[in-house]
Design a protein around this ligand. Structure first.
Ligand SMILES: Nc1ncnc2c1ncn2[C@@H]1O[C@H](COP(=O)(O)OP(=O)(O)OP(=O)(O)O)[C@@H](O)[C@H]1O
Length: 261
């Protein structure tokens, strides 16, 4: 099992943000967390990545390949994060370093966590850029010189360059237009499957979820309220929040197809 979360709770300034959350991600599986804005999805991923605000109190257990992450020191966490985890966030312009070129950006995790020669690093960066569909000439550009879709491709290359075993993608396409969103989603799932990694994918959109994840958990007020096969959740939602999320996705699709007639 790649990731096992058991009884996870997060409290910030006396407020319970995540409540007794449990779920698992098997090796090579693509699992989704879906919920409306403010439901606590990002706090769960931040707890897994060890990126919660300092004042947060965490209880419960998060095991990455059997290793307990709750209570682990910052240095060890940074090491595990660099070696085993890759993270992709909503807004690539926030997660990319504006003063690093694309090549410098993508090679940074390799510099920090692996002992490779400059030539080996360069080769790995070139092949990673190729895998995410970016031309070689992009390597010398800065994030501000790229489109949102290109920036997210760079963020994906940066997250995958160390061949992480678990990839956490927190609303990676929300900031993009519909066509770019689709190509980025397909690229991500293809690369994740090819690498054999597991994926924890966060979204508020069932249409996106059904394209990416085999199994999903619905989050509401920091709690897992329902979980299972994504197609079953989509076709037979049990909880009212899940029904609302499915309805929202269907309404948007219907709206688009009505206008297309
Ligand atoms: N740094 C923080 N300090 C205190 N509370 C916070 C902090 N960051 C987020 N929260 C609160 O935690 C709750 C869950 O937020 P979170 O960002 O996890 O939601 P989310 O489901 O990811 O939402 P979205 O889809 O809008 O990103 C919200 O009520 C939010 O206000």
């Amino acid at each position: 099992m790649s990731l096992v979360v058991e009884g996870l709770s997060v409290e910030i300034s006396g407020r319970q943000i995540v409540r007794n959350v449990s779920f698992q991600v098997a090796d090579g599986e693509r699992v989704g967390l879906i919920g409306s804005s403010g439901s606590g999805k990002s706090m769960i991923t931040k707890a897994i990545l060890g990126l919660l605000p300092e004042q947060a109190t965490v209880n419960g257990s998060i095991r990455l390949f059997g290793e307990e992450l709750v209570g682990i020191g910052e240095e060890k966490m940074a090491d595990l994060r660099g070696s085993y985890m890759g993270a992709i966030f909503q807004n690539p312009s926030d997660s990319l370093n504006p003063v690093l070129t694309v090549a410098q950006q993508v090679s940074l995790p390799l510099r920090l966590h692996y002992r490779l020669s400059k030539g080996q690093r360069q080769q790995r960066v070139e092949s990673m850029l190729d895998e995410v569909g970016l031309d070689g000439h992009v390597a010398g550009k800065y994030p501000s010189q790229l489109s949102g879709g290109q920036q997210q491709r760079v963020a994906i290359a940066t997250a995958l360059v160390t061949s992480p075993k678990v990839i956490i993608a927190d609303e990676p396409t929300t900031a993009l237009d519909a066509i770019t969103q689709r190509s980025i989603i397909d690229l991500l799932t293809c690369l994740v499957d090819r690498s054999g990694a597991s994926l924890l994918f966060v979204t508020h959109d069932f249409a996106v979820l059904s394209r990416v994840c085999q199994r999903s958990y619905v989050i509401d007020h920091g709690d897992v309220i329902e979980g299972g096969n994504t197609q079953v959740l989509l076709q037979q939602p049990q909880e009212s929040v899940t029904k609302e999320l499915v309805k929202a996705a269907r309404t948007l699709t219907l709206h688009v197809s009505n206008h297309g007639q």
